[in-house]
Write a protein that binds this ligand. Sequence first.
Ligand code: B12
Length: 578
Amino acid sequence: MQADLVLLHPPAFFDFRDREDILFPYLSTSGDVPITPLYEYFPLGFKTLQRYLGERGHSVRIVNLASTMLRYPSLDVTAFLGSIEAKVFGIDLHWMVHVQGALAVAALLSRLHPEIPVLFGGISATYYADELLRYPQVDMVLAGYDTHEPAAILLDELSGERRFARVPNLCWKDPESGEVRANPFDHKPSTFACGIDWSVQPASDPANKLPILEILSTQNAGCAYNCNWCGGSREAFRRVMKRQKAMARKPREEVAWEFGTIRSLAGREKYHFYSVGSYNETPERLSAFLDLVGEAGFRSVSYEQFFLTPEPLLRRMAAANPRTTITLSPESHDLGVAKLAGRGVYTMEELEEWCERALDLGIFQIDVWFFIGMQEQTRESALATVDYCGKLLRRFRGRNVNPLVCPMIPFLDPASTFFEEPEKYGYEVHFRTVEEHRRGMENLSLLDRINYSTRWLSRRNLVVTGYEAVCRLFEQKGEHGALPRGVATNAAAKGRESLEFLLAVDAASRLTDPLARARELASLGPEIRRRNGEIFGGAVSNQAFPIDRRIGGRWFDEIPDIDELQPALAPAAGLVRP
Ligand code: B12
């Protein structure tokens, strides 16, 4: 494999294979994203960088190392990475959850290719640029929410005189002196990104009965709202990106270009389209966007909304696609807790009335998300939210109102207001630095991988309450026909059993007598390995879709061709072409 820039998406934890000393439990990724605890999504910005730089004569390859290792468990990563030729390796540290994997992969690369610089980018990399550059394996960090132009300048310099001081937003280590330099962080355009080419998608196995066919789009970076737990909120954006105006928008012509590529995506009528952050769009922009969504002819569409969507807009959404889902996140049924979470802009009575109207107007489904780990939220309050979900399911039986509840794990976002001023809001932050997060992610027990606790929920209580809430909700969904009874019962039982085991592992990890601890962990080891093997067995299952679905055709499954991997694959692997 050869390219000017090779963008690598690391698994959150490297190397996750065959481990007996770290447990990745079922249901430990929060939410509805179809991923394993490796967090296989890479930033959408990889796709825009590939296009932008490609159009300027720089070749860019994307390798989703997380997906590749899941797809080919016997991959010799050292041999594979060693075979790549590049001018620079780019690694995303967008989501902090990748910190351990990103640094481990960077260390491997710098050992294998000491002459090729390793570049980091993404939201977390921007926030932690100084600290990252203290690691020997990180040569450069390209800061910002839009790095297209700086990356093009960097690639020019890498092929020319290597005058890195000329690259805006670049923090770098002087190769001669080892001194860390921070160029001015002044590339902060009010527009954001370019259109993504969605026309070709990774192939999924034709035998796969439940392929994950989903693409998504963000039309903006930053946020108009200010939820204190969020690392992408208005204030967090200002903190990280050092820009007062906390919103940058994708130019309309780029959005239109993107939809042009979607119209040539074969089988798009089978795809779900996830419109992220549509709550940040102006009415005019959203209106133009809906026209494009309507023309695209997706199987289904979902929009995230902050307020209860007004009726005229609901009508338009329903007209644009017959299977439209609106995603709301009141975070708690308790208005006080919801308000402290930055939401609370409607009561549950208003929500229910609105659901009636939205469904009548032709909206297909409403997802209602609740969160655990919020300010002033006790175990009782979180479980009362689940009781409320039961009420919602009863009222809307047979109609698609789908409550979901999600513990905020493993991390409270760095740069969020709660992270910055924990005491003021009743939070305690257990990992503050990059190194604390990196080491934290190596802990055997999930409880010790969580970077915060609140005055109302300890780390243990957060996990126990989180599992309890998700499992009770599964049971209620079974009872009210929102999920097939067997599926719901199974998922709940599996979740409870998973909690029991993770607590047993946690208890063992806390034994103070070193001998007893070692003995206990040795006896649990094979079971940890077996369970991890199931989690990383090539399928995903989560709260929103608690049935195993094979991976391989997700839009972010950028897995190298088998011929490119062949030298790094053990002959015994008995590989078939994907
Ligand atoms: C869209 C989005 C998603 C989408 C993902 C879309 C995608 N694949 O990019 C979905 C909904 C799937 C998602 C999932 C998650 N998200 Co999210 N997400 C966002 C959101 C709304 C926008 C972020 C964004 O991508 N902006 C666009 C810009 C900034 O990035 P970009 O164009 O992709 O990339 C550019 C730069 O970042 C940079 N760059 C990025 N990587 C690299 C690498 C290199 C080498 C270089 C040079 C440059 C570079 O250059 C790119 C081009 O200009 C933010 C909230 C917000 N308002 O910001 C949260 C946010 C980023 N997500 C967050 C979190 C926590 C998550 C999850 C971990 C949640 C969870 N527990 O499951 C998962 C992770 C999933 C995974 N990795 O597998 C946090 C991150 C906090 C932190 N610092 O860690 C945020 C800030 C807020 C939040 N709490 O939701 N997310």
